[in-house]
Design a protein around this ligand. Structure first.
Ligand SMILES: *Cc1c(COP(=O)(O)O)cnc(C)c1O
Length: 409
């Protein structure tokens, strides 16, 4: 009965072009990888593929210094943490990481303290459930990441969603808000479009309506700001109202996440957030290696990697814009983004899948992103760039897309 019930739904999803597939990588995270599976891999032999799909924006995931640091961390602290942070899993490495992250965020958040989590998903659940009590209303951008949406659903607070980036609509909701606590929740860099929230205007709104700002900087941390310290450093803003979540599995190249905020907020999370309290602490070796990652991000090498990334973004965008201009009948659209997330929006699910499959045939790995990850009718290729790409890699992608566009003429 259960199996039939699920099978029926799986078939319905497949008929809508929503079936998802995993592939297996055989080599380290990098633009060139050996990969098994996918639409053209009938056998299990790995193929060489050029990928534009990881969130390893700075190319640190396979950096020799981080690999060494994990090994050194494991030698020093062992392989596992053994328990949750509140029991006995909180190591000196976790502590040093939290202190360094707090120091990084202090220019933007007065007296900032930081708390680490095993994943960004868990950090967002923690934030929204621990702060979103019955006294609160959560105001959430409609294109926020799934972890924020899930956190809002689990919270006791009322939830209002505002149209993407529509601060006038948000202000109307704030004006009508009956609860004493107001939490505005937004991605800083939106994960499927790469566009950015207007942080100065959001802060002004928060001040005017006595609200708090929960910011998800998953795609800004490491990438934006003069030393990679993220969206707040980039915007040059400072306020006690900021509650910032950053992930450590994307630009930072490892895994984990943190929240930085006023000390009382951090204490409250540590005491009460269930996804922090009732889970085993991440291995201390990871925290140890993250210290190395943060030093790299803030170093000259980090700045060089960010400069390379910026050049790649410019190269890809100008190439795509030319291509779209030459083939307007295809109905392709390039999202407005100055970040390493570039959305080539094609519309319906089948077309996005076909495009991804055609690229796959040329050895290019770029997933089709479909609903519910993005709104219906905006299926797309989500192209992500890394400092580990070369200018030739981007030329290769553009050439493949030109080839496909010509075939459709
Ligand atoms: C990836 C992501 C998360 C989740 O972070 P993980 O560490 O991968 O669990 C949260 N928010 C946004 C916007 C993300 O892109």
């Amino acid at each position: 009965m259960l199996i039939d019930h699920l099978n029926q739904q799986l078939l319905e999803r497949a008929a809508k072009g929503l079936q998802r597939q995993r592939r297996t990588t055989v080599t380290a995270c990098a633009p060139q990888q050996q990969v098994c599976g996918g639409p053209h891999a009938v056998d299990a032999q790995p193929r060489n593929m050029l990928g534009f799909c990881s969130n390893d924006y700075l190319g640190l995931a396979s950096h020799p210094a981080l690999i060494e640091a994990i090994i050194e961390g494991a030698r020093r602290y062992g392989a596992g943490s053994g328990a949750s942070h509140l029991v006995s899993g909180h190591s000196q490495a976790h502590d040093a990481l939290e202190n360094l992250l707090a120091q990084w965020m202090a220019p933007a958040i007065p007296q900032a303290r930081a708390l680490t989590f095993s994943t960004g998903y868990m950090a967002n659940l923690a934030l929204l459930t621990a702060l979103g009590d019955a006294q609160a209303t959560i105001f959430s951008d409609k294109l926020n990441h799934a972890s924020l949406i899930d956190g809002a659903m689990l919270a006791k607070a009322q939830v209002q969603r505002y149209p993407h980036g529509d601060l006038a609509a948000l202000e109307r909701q704030l004006l009508a808000c009956p609860t004493p606590l107001r939490l505005i929740v937004t991605d800083t860099v939106f994960s499927m479009d790469g566009d950015r929230a207007d942080l100065p205007a959001l802060l002004e709104l928060a001040e005017r309506h006595d609200a708090w700002l929960i910011l998800d900087d998953a795609h800004g941390f490491g990438v934006l700001g003069p030393q990679g310290q993220g969206s707040l450093a980039d915007a040059g803003l400072r306020s006690e109202r900021f509650i910032l979540m950053g992930t450590l599995g994307k630009a930072a190249g490892l895994a984990g996440a943190f929240v930085a905020a006023h000390p009382v907020i951090i204490d409250w999370l540590m005491q009460t957030a269930r996804s922090a309290v009732f889970t085993t602490a991440a291995p201390p070796a990871l925290a140890h290696a993250l210290l190395t990652s943060l030093h790299l991000i803030a170093s000259d090498e980090g700045a060089r990697r960010r400069a390379v990334l910026q050049r790649h973004i410019g190269q890809l965008r100008s190439g795509l814009q030319t291509l779209i201009g030459q083939h307007p009948h295809l109905g392709w659209r390039l999202g407005a983004s100055d970040t390493p997330i570039q959305a080539l929006i094609v519309g319906d699910n089948a077309r996005a899948l076909d495009l991804s499959t055609a690229l796959d045939a040329q050895g290019l790995w770029i997933p089709a992103i479909r609903p519910p990850t993005v709104p219906v009718g905006t299926a797309r290729l989500r192209i992500t760039l890394s400092a580990a790409h070369s200018a030739d890699d981007i030329q290769q992608l553009l050439a493949a897309l030109r080839h496909i566009a010509r075939d459709h003429t």
